[in-house]
Design a binder for this molecule. Sequence first.
Ligand code: GN1
Ligand code: MG
Length: 364
Amino acid sequence: MTELKDIVGKFAICGTVSEIKPLGEGLINDTYKVRTAEADQPDYVLQRVNDAVFPDVDMVMRNIDAVTSHIRKKLEEKGEEDIDRKVLTFIPLKEGGKKLYAQVDGKYWRIMIFIPDAITKQAVNPESSRAAGKAFGNFQAMLADIPVQLGETIKDFHNMEFRLQQLREVVKADPVGRVSEPRVQEMLSQIDSRADEMCKAERMGREGILPKRVCHCDTKVNNMMFDKNDNVLCVIDLDTVMPNFIFSDYGDFLRTGANMVAEDCPDMEKVQFNVEIFKAFTEGYLSSASSFLTRVEIENLPYAVKLFPYMQCVRFLWDYLSGDKYWKCQYPEHNFVRANNQLHLLLSIEAHEEEMNAFIKRQS
Ligand code: GN1
Ligand code: MG
């Protein structure tokens, strides 16, 4: 097997590698920190891209190249300082033109500059939610005029009609005999009764009243870097950047950020929607995104808040009924618990619907 330092050696980095050790606890890609010996040379982050989740790594890296180059240009035009901390910098191969990844022993690797003096956060409060809303809105705003068409790195990733279709297929095939469980039947009927309402985005897309824009599609607070004074430096984890309805970025952040507990907390009474987080994130988001959002997009933000817990409930249930192939499980019921948690989050959100609608009206 090729050693990590030989893989690093394929890239046009500066400095002499002194140490390579695992970094972070991401579940999808394997990540390492690469230290260089020289104080005046940057350190780097080496990553193996999971090609089971992202089958077209070339497309992923072309998207990332287009997005980071465009953001860099915008920051330069604005005369920003310290740009290497405000956008990710991927390093090309020594040989291979401008290619930003190496294929070694059938695996895919890439390397980027390590951003010094930056932190990530795991939990949000209203203040960091506001900052996150502003940062993700700004990310979309900067990419609104990107001159290239990005690829869809995971086909139909946030397409609700497709996710329901996937669920229906596994219910029909019932490969591990879990469909007849009464709790599964109960959940399926909760899902069915909302299916039509939740596919509204796809219908509006077909009617031509809802555009797709460049979205991040994994808007969690831990996908942003902050400086020591709590200012957002940049958005990271760009593998899922692709054209989508803006609901993806807005709704998926609140799915995790505004849940009072983790998405796999088994105590359903504790699963509650935090309205203060919703308000702060929305204000932050609209402060940077209202310049390009349409009325239809803004009016439907409360729908987006419901859509993502619903979609995640469908996806977790699909995996439970498939035999737990997509998400790693610590115990046999894990995926069901996750699905149930998302359903309870949805119920809590539904109880706040009027309040959310009134709040959004006041903003526009
Ligand atoms: C996966 O690995 P992570 O946590 O960034 C998934 C998201 C889900 C999330 C649920 C590529 O994201 O869509 O919302 O799990 N990413 C992919 O925990 O499927
Ligand atoms: Mg991630």
